[in-house]
Design a protein around this ligand. Structure first.
Ligand code: MLT
Length: 327
């Protein structure tokens, strides 16, 4: 099996028996995209045009989307585990070079842990609508309450509670934007309803238990792009402004009119920011003499095949995002 745009969906078996569904598009420097909670790889649909210049690697993290956990495991155990999964995935895919890791919200937490636990794998970081801080005790308790409700009542509780907080408030004008927002609501609802209840409850516990990464991020020397929607109420711009003061090499972009789902809400603006940042990173590396031939030649960096190819191929509830605004 080769990784081509014609057969973009693959299943990768991880050492502990988890199976990750992963789409691979395009050729060029690898760009790993890690979705938020409780979503899946399809939230990156607006980023597919980036496959013209980059090799996009889009996994469903364990338990989410088309990925599964090993028998007996209810869902993701920790954010650290999801970071180790991403590292194992890159290994199985045979990725040769440090990659750009881009994560939204929960995906951003995973990206931070990946940078700390597997620094050799991460060439640059793009953290989107996320934060470095741990949950407050109140936030953690709110996640526990939500998990109990989901266990009793199902995914609809999460959809109703989260969706109004994920997107910026409906724009009065123009109609096209309102139409796009409606499409985003439908997509988010589809992803949340497709997420197994066991994954949601396990992930809520993992999110609530994640540590504060502020100190660890001071040691991340790679270039970092921080992107946040100006109207994000879950991880507001203040969180990313604070993060910008922590990383040694960070650029901050605040995107007007967007909420917590900037890549979905404003894909063209988001993609332009990513391309601009990555062009700058490549130029700086070239200027520093660290020309990375594989990347700049535009050839595919992912090679070979997975080690275990399976070949199959408004009721806003503040408890839903109890961490909202804390940073
Ligand atoms: C997400 O979008 O991934 C979640 O809102 C993250 C969180 O609840 O902390």
């Amino acid at each position: 099996m080769t990784f081509s745009a014609d057969h973009p969906l693959h299943t990768v078996l991880l050492p502990d028996g988890a199976r990750l569904a992963v789409e691979i598009h395009g050729a060029g420097p690898p760009l790993l995209l890690l979705h938020g909670f409780p979503l899946d790889r399809s939230m990156w649909v607006g980023q597919l045009p980036l496959a013209r210049s980059y090799q996009l690697i889009l996994p469903d993290q364990r338990g989410f989307g088309a990925s599964s956990c090993p028998a007996g495991s209810p869902g993701p155990a920790s954010i650290e585990q999801l970071a180790d999964d991403a590292a194992a995935l890159l290994d199985v895919l045979g990725v040769q070079e440090p990659v750009t890791v881009c994560g939204l919200s929960m995906g951003g937490y995973v990206a931070q842990h990946l940078a700390v636990r597997h620094p050799r794998l991460v060439g640059s970081l793009i953290l989107v609508d996320t934060k470095l801080e741990a949950d407050t005790p109140e936030a953690r308790a709110g996640r526990g309450e939500l998990a109990a409700k989901v266990g009793r009542l199902g995914q609809e509780v999460v959809a109703r509670a989260m969706i109004p907080n994920l997107l910026a408030a409906a724009p009065a004008e123009p109609a096209l934007q309102a139409q796009h927002r409606t499409a985003c609501v439908q997509e988010l609802s589809r992803m949340i309803h497709a997420c197994p209840v066991a994954t949601i409850t396990a992930a809520l516990a993992a999110l609530g238990a994640r540590p504060d990464m502020s100190q660890a991020m001071r040691g991340v020397a790679c270039p970092v792009l921080l992107v946040v929607g100006a109207l994000d109420t879950i991880t507001p711009p203040a969180c990313l402004e604070r993060a910008a003061g922590i990383f040694p090499h960070a650029h901050l972009r605040i995107v007007p009119g967007c909420g917590h789902m900037t890549p979905l809400e404003a894909p063209e603006i988001f993609n332009a920011e990513v391309e601009d940042f990555l062009r700058g990173v490549a130029a700086d590396r070239a200027a520093a003499g660290g020309l990375e031939d594989d990347h700049l030649a535009g050839g595919p960096v992912v090679a070979g095949q997975p080690g275990h190819p399976a070949g199959r191929a408004d009721h806003s509830d503040p408890g839903a995002n109890p961490a909202a605004g804390d940073c």
